[in-house]
Design a binder for this molecule. Structure first.
Ligand code: LLP
Length: 440
């Protein structure tokens, strides 16, 4: 069994996270319940920052908030001195509501609306990561109307696609994101920005993928960017002050995953950049990164209550829990794999292989196929590990299942940071037919 962060077994044989008995948490707050190990989030955040500091590199570590966004999470990110990457007006609104310093927010997205751009400018956004020509012109126009200047990075696609373990170098990058490097789109963008009055080009951005276990892809991307930067310096007299290499650092979901420590990604990225800077006789830029999953993924655990079971003789046994694809769509969407234990009987030996089913009306609503567990019965608490990234943030109301509550656990204290959705919440936005209303 593999425990992440502060997770341990207490004297009752219960799973404990952040010094809190998870069985007691399930009883108090109900299930499904996301429980975050705050100490582990802090450890990861400090790991990234400290490594840059030790290397004496000017850097920004921006939390990719799409992994899990809430007011409390943003406050924690702010306390840890990180910056924030948002991709929508909704994430930005949450950050502002959390009191996050807006100048440390980077606004991403491949189709920002004029409303979102204006909202960000009025709030004093730190920078935009501009994705395409339409957005460039839109941004310059809106800035002119508001008579305000802004700083941007341009997102470029370096022609490297990471498929977790291997990398594909594509001549013509087929991606909906960013300015293509090969075909000269990025060069055209720089020339266009040079003619602008309100938009200043601070640097470049690239993100090659997610759940990546090796440093090779990042190093390859950095090398390609710097080769291009050499041309920009010579031909356009432009040198980026900031190079943002995105996120994507992999985590351990199951025994099949073997990630390297976060510090190693940073060290190897910095080494590659330094080497290129020397080789091409350039100035060392600031290095920014955007980890999402690696900051919160293994810090999150979902607690479920076991309900019905179905045994198909000689085929398999289904054990159903009170959540499923409504709180974790990743198995259905990506065939993502997870590990789990019975949180109220951690020391019991595994007796059978079962598959964990969700409660949604959909055959594909399976959380885990073929997992070894003790013989589970109704009311046992199942803890699924590593649900901290893209769990709550991708949760949905399929079958009108309310979204779970979220708890932050640390040092023997538990704080409710997102309330459980109620049935009233579910119908809050519904508008009854006028006809029906009038009849009443
Ligand atoms: N920066 C950019 C520009 C991104 O597009 C992403 C993720 C990140 C940073 C953060 O990547 P991370 O460190 O979390 O891997 N829903 C999928 C993941 C989608 C990732 C999208 N972009 C999943 O559940 O695996």
């Amino acid at each position: 069994m593999f425990f992440h962060g502060t997770s341990t077994v207490n004297e009752k044989g219960h799973l404990q996270i952040g010094g809190m008995d998870t069985v007691a948490l399930a009883k108090k707050f109900g299930t499904p319940l996301y429980v975050y190990d705050v100490a582990l989030i802090k450890e990861r955040a400090r790991g990234f920052r400290k490594t840059f500091e030790e290397l004496n590199i000017k850097a920004q570590v921006a939390y990719a908030s799409k992994a899990f966004s809430s007011i409390a999470m943003f406050q924690l990110v702010e306390e840890e001195g990180l910056s924030l990457d948002v991709v929508s007006g909704g994430e930005l609104y949450t950050a502002i509501a959390a009191g996050f310093p807006v100048e440390r927010i980077h606004f991403h997205g491949n189709n920002k609306s004029p409303y979102e751009i204006e909202m960000a400018l009025k709030a004093g956004i730190g920078c935009f990561v501009v994705d395409n020509f339409y957005e460039l012109s839109l941004l310059e126009d809106i800035c002119r109307n508001l008579n305000t200047k802004t700083q941007i990075l341009i997102r470029v696609t370096p022609g490297i696609e990471a498929h977790t373990h291997d990398y594909i170098l594509t001549g013509q990058e087929d991606s909906k994101f960013g300015f293509d490097l090969q075909s000269g789109q990025a060069d055209e963008a720089i020339k266009l920005i040079n003619t602008f009055e309100y938009v200043e080009l601070l640097g470049i951005h690239s993100h090659i993928g997610s759940q990546i276990f090796e440093t090779k892809g990042f190093v390859m991307a950095a090398e390609k960017l710097f080769e291009k930067m050499k041309t920009w310096k010579e031909e356009l007299s432009y040198t980026p002050k900031v190079v943002n290499l995105g996120g994507g650092f992999g985590i351990r979901y199951t025994a099949e995953d073997d990630p390297i420590p976060v510090s190693q990604y940073v060290v190897e990225i910095v080494e590659a950049v330094k080497k290129k800077v020397e080789e091409l006789d350039m100035q060392m830029p600031e290095i920014w990164i955007e980890p999402g999953r690696s900051l919160v993924g293994d810090a999150g655990t979902t607690l479920y209550t076991v309900g019905s079971q179905k045994h198909v003789p000689n085929v398999r046994k289904y054990v159903a829990v009170d959540g499923g694809m409504s709180d974790n769509i990743r198995p259905a969407l990506y065939e993502a794999k997870y590990e789990a234990i019975l949180a109220n009987r951690v020391n019991d030996i595994n007796e059978e292989t079962v598959s964990i089913a969700g409660k949604c009306c959909e055959s594909g609503d399976m959380l885990i196929w073929d997992i070894e567990l003790p013989k589970a019965s109704a009311d046992d608490i199942l803890a699924v590990f590593c649900t901290g990234a893209y769990g709550y943030s991708m949760a949905n109301n399929y079958n009108r299942i309310p979204r779970p509550a979220v708890i932050f656990a640390e040092d023997g204290k538990a704080e409710l940071v997102v309330k459980r959705e109620t049935y009233e919440d579910l119908i809050k936005l519904d508008v009854p037919l006028k006809q029906v209303l009038n009849q009443k």
